[in-house]
Write a protein that binds this ligand. Structure first.
Ligand SMILES: NC(=O)c1ccc[n+]([C@@H]2O[C@H](COP(=O)([O-])OP(=O)(O)OC[C@H]3O[C@@H](n4cnc5c(N)ncnc54)[C@H](O)[C@@H]3O)[C@@H](O)[C@H]2O)c1
Length: 419
């Protein structure tokens, strides 16, 4: 049933760390059409601090299962670590609660399918947090592609540079078991953009090369004295004043990672990125082929001092170039005639991730209120994870991976409307 415009949409947030607290907590505190009624997170002091920070009356649950036993929110945002998405989403869905699952939908395509099967059985809607779909310049590119501005799509290339990516090595993201590897954790964002732009194609195979070149113990960028090791965490490292990569902040005043809160579970996001026990990459490239003769490549690098995504999108009538460092323009280079032309795109910096986060939340709330589809569905979620998982298997096993080894992206359930 649709909800009337006068009713507040009641949401639960599961996982109130960086994303749950700063992004969703902040955005929700500015809304009058929706409210947070419950929080779920094993860290009780963090939930208490989040509730106090935003003045919430939300009930707090250390066990997410209990939250969904006792509460019946209109929707739940799953912003816990990636490897917990499947379990938390299933708890919500099996209680009949629609979910917005942060990206990646889960750490494997098989886990995504478990979510999809449960959602189908319970007729519950699943949305995925692909906020790049709400970045104005990328939305405009989609519109231009669909309109045939560059003809038939042939090739998509993206190079991503992410300054903040080095901090992955300091947190749970660095471990395959928690993030599914960075091609799933981070790359699924980018593979979703490719899948979205090339909406008439299905990804069929991927090959990937990746590794850790810079953020490793034998590449520490300062002299290390014998018997005086670096790390294990920046804030207690004896080299913190000379390390150019030290992640230092005033933790005593951090609303969700201050010592009183991190004491509850021992999780402090600040391991030495050089010596941490990572099993993921700091740079790499994935190439990908679709069943409609479109090819794509995505390179990602977390060792740089800037953040950008640089796209070249080639069609048989022209090429488009986009850089997110300059998000107000798209350069179009026609194949045969005319001059290059610039398409101007209005861009709001307000809100997280270039204004895309508020739109993502708007879309989820509207989908609950009006029973309409979200901007990214469970089908989009599994397609992106499948490419990321194929890339992970490829670089780890030195072979090209057919996505059909992981999941059948043509199976009928993926074309059924949920709910
Ligand atoms: N779309 C985006 O742009 C974007 C940006 C950042 C993070 N994210 C996603 O948000 C999610 C959270 O990332 P983060 O950076 O906030 O992590 P984080 O480590 O800062 O916070 C995770 C929180 O989840 C809690 N938690 C741990 N296990 C849990 C469980 N089983 N059930 C419920 N809560 C649990 C932790 O106690 C912590 O409070 C990830 O899936 C990440 O990919 C998405």
């Amino acid at each position: 049933m649709k909800k009337s415009n006068n009713t507040k949409i009641r949401l639960a947030i599961v996982g109130v760390g960086t994303r749950g607290f700063h992004s969703f907590g902040g955005m929700m505190s500015r809304r009058t059409d929706a409210e947070i009624v419950a929080l779920g997170d094993p860290n009780a002091p963090r939930m208490k601090a989040v509730a106090a920070h935003y003045g919430l009356k939300a009930r707090c649950y250390r066990a997410v299962a209990e939250l969904f036993l006792r509460e019946k929110p209109d929707g739940a945002i799953i912003s816990s670590p990636d490897h917990t998405h499947e379990g938390n989403a299933l708890l919500a869905i099996n209680s009949g609660v629609p979910v917005l699952i942060e990206k990646p939908m889960a750490t494997t395509a098989a886990a995504c399918m478990h979510i999809i099967e449960a959602a189908r059985t319970r007729k519950v809607a699943v949305a995925v947090g692909f906020n790049l779909r709400h970045v104005p310049v990328l939305k405009k590119a989609k519109e231009l592609i669909v309109r045939g501005e560059i003809g038939r799509l042939m090739l998509i290339q993206n190079q991503e540079f992410y300054k903040g990516g080095r901090s992955y090595m300091a947190r749970w993201h660095r471990k395959y078991e928690f993030s599914g590897g960075l091609w799933v954790h981070k790359g699924s964002h980018d593979f979703d953009v490719f899948n979205w732009w090339n909406s008439t194609g299905t990804p069929v195979r991927a090959a990937c090369f990746a590794g850790v070149n810079a953020l490793r113990p034998d590449r520490i960028p300062f002299p290390v004295k014998k018997g005086r090791p670096v790390g294990p965490r920046c804030e207690i490292c004896r080299y913190r004043k000379i390390c150019p990569d030290a992640l230092l902040w005033n933790r005593a005043e951090d609303p969700i990672f201050n010592p009183a809160i991190t004491k509850a579970d021992g999780y402090i996001p600040g391991l030495c990125m050089y010596t941490s026990d990572k099993d993921t990459h700091d740079n790499g490239i994935t190439i990908l082929e679709y069943d409609n003769n479109v090819r794509a490549s995505h390179a990602e690098c977390f060792v740089c001092n800037f953040s950008d995504r640089r796209y070249t999108i080639v069609g048989d009538r022209g090429t488009m170039e986009i850089s997110l460092e300059h998000p107000t323009e798209i350069r179009i280079r026609p194949r045969w005639s005319g001059e290059d032309r610039i398409v101007r795109v209005p861009h709001a910096e307000e809100g997280g991730h270039g204004g895309s986060d508020p739109e993502l939340l708007d879309a989820f709330i509207a989908s609950i209120r009006n029973r309409t589809a979200h901007s990214a569905t469970a089908r989009d979620g599994v397609r992106a994870v499948a490419v990321g998982e194929a890339a992970e298997l490829s670089w780890r096993n030195h072979r090209m991976v057919d996505i059909s080894e992981l999941v059948d992206l043509h199976q009928p359930i993926l074309n059924e409307k949920i709910p």
